[in-house]
Write a protein that binds this ligand. Sequence first.
Ligand SMILES: [Cu+2]
Length: 162
Amino acid sequence: MTKSVTLIAALVLACAGAMSTSGNASENSKQNAVAIDQVSDPTVDYVLDMFRFEPDFVRIPVGGKIIFNNSRGQHTVKSVRGLIPEGVKSISIANTQSHTQVMDAPGLYVMTCKVHGRYGMVMLIAVGPREAWRNPPESWSKKLNGRADEKLQQLLARLEQK
Ligand SMILES: [Cu+2]
C-alpha cells in the first residue's frame, strides 16, 4: 500500500515537473524579450509624451531581446552615436511593424526616433547589471539638446532608482 502511494506520488511529481519545466521555459523567454511600442498621441498635455516609446525605460539581461514595434510612418528607432556601448553596431529600424534586436553587449543604449527625437522621443535600455556596463553615464562625452536632453535626464534619474 505505502509503496503504491509512493509510486503514484512520484508519478504525479514527475508529471508536474515536466509541466512546470515547459511552463518556465516559455516564461523565461518572455522575460528576456521586451516589446517596445512607438506611440503618437496628440491629445496628451505633457509635451514629452506626445511622441514616445512605450515603455521608454527598460532593463534586460545580457542576451535579452527587444522587440521594437510600429516603426512605421514617421516613427523610426535609431541608436544615438556615442550613447551606446563602444564596439556595438549602430541600430537603425524603419518601415517595419516588428523588429527583434538581441542585446548582446552590456551597457546603456540611448535610442531615439529620427523624426521625433527633437520632441523628446528618446528611450533608454540598460543591458546587464551596472557593474558590467561598458558605458556608465559618467563615461559619456556626448550630450543631447533641448527636449531630447530633458527627456534623457529624466530617464537617467530613473536609472538611479533600484
Ligand atoms: Cu517618431
